[in-house]
Design a protein around this ligand. Structure first.
Ligand SMILES: *Cc1c(COP(=O)(O)O)cnc(C)c1O
Length: 294
């Protein structure tokens, strides 16, 4: 039985550089769902796991970069729920904590060069065409299954918020949140913070996952140089925030979102008394890949 029932708590956070602007800050602690199947990754995998089980598939095959939180979550979920796991990893063979934990959870890693990596279906076919047990999960778990699982973030909320913020890689998590906010006719404004440079492409990417062309805010200026790039300013902010709140955020995703909230608050973007919720999508292993920056 595939289940990880956990309604992540919404915690109010007192952090003067944000809350001194007369707003209330809350964090939905999806990072507490599971140490490895963390944050949005459990929500994105859940319906894939149900489908794989229904189709009697026993082997999850997926794709990711060498620091992918998604492949680590797939490895841990596979081990927990009895699936074999394989990941195609972009680039030449390297060692890092994420990949080591993947191996401990029994995942097979196949390193492929960047050109081959672009053709995911072809890669899958070349290794698994004859394999009746294999189940394909796209990079980052992107797709309608992921979107559906992420609607539960909103379904679980215990109170209403004026603004909700979330990081975006592929945008599937954001799509689920947007759909559910509009299904429930909430007045909440939704803000997506792309962690990649030129995040405008997300608008087109997530369109197929949206029930309708619902409005949301896209903040493209908080990528800090691009995916997995960082600056001393961001690192200092993360240290200050974590040391004053006890909540860890990572330099790849959640640190950038919180920084965006702080920056927008300092520009008086939010009405006094606004309640702001940040979705903590997990990803603490991102910090392990960047220890030298701290
Ligand atoms: C994967 C990941 C995201 C991105 O989720 P998408 O659905 O791809 O936008 C955000 N935050 C963290 C911590 C992640 O690991």
């Amino acid at each position: 039985m595939i289940n990880l029932t956990f309604h992540s708590p919404e915690e109010e956070i007192h952090y003067p550089p944000i809350t001194d602007y007369g707003i209330q800050l809350f964090i939905k602690r999806d990072d507490l769902i599971h140490p490895f199947i963390s944050g949005n990754k459990w929500r994105k995998l859940k319906h894939h796991l149900f489908k794989a089980e229904n189709e009697s598939k026993t082997h999850l095959v997926t794709f990711g970069g060498a620091f992918s939180n998604h492949i680590l979550a797939t490895a841990a979920a596979g081990a927990k729920f009895g699936f074999k796991t394989t990941a195609f990893v972009r680039g030449e063979e390297v060692q890092n904590p994420t990949l080591t934990f993947c191996k401990i959870f029994g995942m097979q890693l196949i390193f492929v060069d960047r050109t081959a990596y672009r053709h995911k279906q072809a890669l899958y076919q070349s290794h698994f065409r004859e394999n009746q047990e294999a189940y394909f999960i796209d990079e980052g778990g992107f797709g309608p299954e992921a979107e559906l699982g992420c609607r539960e973030i909103i379904q679980e909320l215990q109170q209403s918020y004026n603004h909700i913020f979330c990081a975006a890689g592929t945008g599937a998590t954001g799509a689920g949140i947007i759909n559910e906010i509009h299904q429930q006719k909430l007045k909440t404004q939704f803000h997506l913070v792309p962690v990649l440079k030129g995040g405008n492409f997300l608008k087109d990417d997530i369109k197929p996952l949206l029930i309708s062309d619902f409005p949301f805010h896209l903040h493209e200026d908080y990528h800090f140089g691009g995916y997995a790039k960082t600056t001393p300013q961001l690192i200092d902010f993360i240290k200050d925030f974590s040391s004053k709140t006890g909540v860890l955020v990572d330099p790849i995703y959640t640190g950038k979102v919180l920084f965006a909230i702080k920056d927008l608050a300092s520009k008086n973007t939010f009405a006094k008394g606004s309640k702001i919720l940040m979705i903590h999508t997990g990803g603490i292993f991102g910090t392990l890949g960047m220890l030298d920056k701290f």
